[in-house]
Ligand binder design. Sequence first.
Ligand code: ARG
Length: 459
Amino acid sequence: MSDKKPWAGRFNEPTYAFVEAFTASVDFDQRLAAYDIAGSMAHASMLTKQGILSDDERDAIHAGLEKIQQRIAAGDFPWSVSLEDVHMNIEAVLTEDIGIAGKKLHTGRSRNDQVATDVRLWLRDEIATIQAELRRFQHALLDLAEREADTILPGFTHLQTAQPVTFGHHMMAWFEMLDRDYGRFEDCAARMNVMPLGAAALAGTTYPIDRHHTAELLGFDRPAENSLDAVSDRDFAIEFCAAASILMMHLSRMSEELIIWSSAQFHFVTLSYAFCTGSSIMPQKKNPDVPELVRGKSGRIFGHLMALLTLMKGQPLAYNKDNQEDKEPLFDTVDNVKGSLKVFADMVPAITCNKDKMRAATLQGFATATDLADYLVRKGVPFRDAHEIVGKSVALGVETNRDLAEMSLDELKQFSSMIEQDVFEVLTLEGSVAARDHIGGTAPSQVRAAIKRARERLG
Ligand code: ARG
């Protein structure tokens, strides 16, 4: 096949070999091939409908592109760096295969609107895959939350024992984080779904094209309004990386909790052996590598967001070669987000709760102190005074190394005469969680109701 560059007409010297390799993107943008072909097929159909190509030419282009698609899928396509990118590689092979009709495909089009279209088509599919993985992960969390709706562990603020919560409630907090992520990807996909084709290089084209028709064939909501914007806009890529960064920040926080919880000191949860690795020197080790790696990967995803913002900030309209640099960060973001979601969705069902350890930990650290204060308030003590009374009781507990529930009624009474025998009901862990019985609260009944609503929402 000829490696003659389609743009070489005015050039009187061959490209310096290093520049050829340096400016080429085919090594990575061949990932877009299927979308490039879909875009070309729709473009050829539109040109034919408008009388710019003949039916025969269109049929030859379609058949030729289909054959190319098969060759690419079979790993039998002669990718060439001297043809720079995925677009010129495919066009060159098409022209070699079908002759003149292949040379006509680029009528009324430029690589500038072509690449902007390809990336949108590709990312639209990837977002759908990511959303499906997110939903799978959310369903896994709902199942785990249901299984552990009554399991009690210490809730923390400042990583200090705060109040008892249910494990199901904690899993539902993760669920909500992911639900917002899902919505962000949804918004991104909706805003992205406009078609650049027809913008050509930057100003539009002199041929009587029908952009609405091409948009419809490719499943876009509409053609982009402004040709300059259409070829130079990469907001959708930035928006996607921003949504991905927030998601990875969430996964990183979840990872951090799993790492702490699975340590010997906490031992709240056990991760399946299938998701841990050992140490080459310390025989006792079972390391939570999967959450650690996901926590680590969040860094590179934030980096990609920063890379794209920086890529765009200095660019005048319209297309600049800088834009070729959008692909690798975007591809890496997609790969790592999909991988991280998959591994979490697979790992979560295999988490087991060590209820005794959680319970024992909740019984330390005065987790029911607020319940005692609330009890006094119900007996007419102003909240600030109740806070003071409980603070003094806690001080006695610290001094004598006992929890509030382990003190006698007489001991507690020395801090307030309002305290009666019924205080011990509110000092139990079950009483404490059950009392937070309103929408959004940690009571097991509320967790079950939240799971039910979530299942209805997800359908
Ligand atoms: N490989 C290029 C990119 O990814 C395609 C568009 C090139 N256009 C151009 N006029 N050089 O952005």
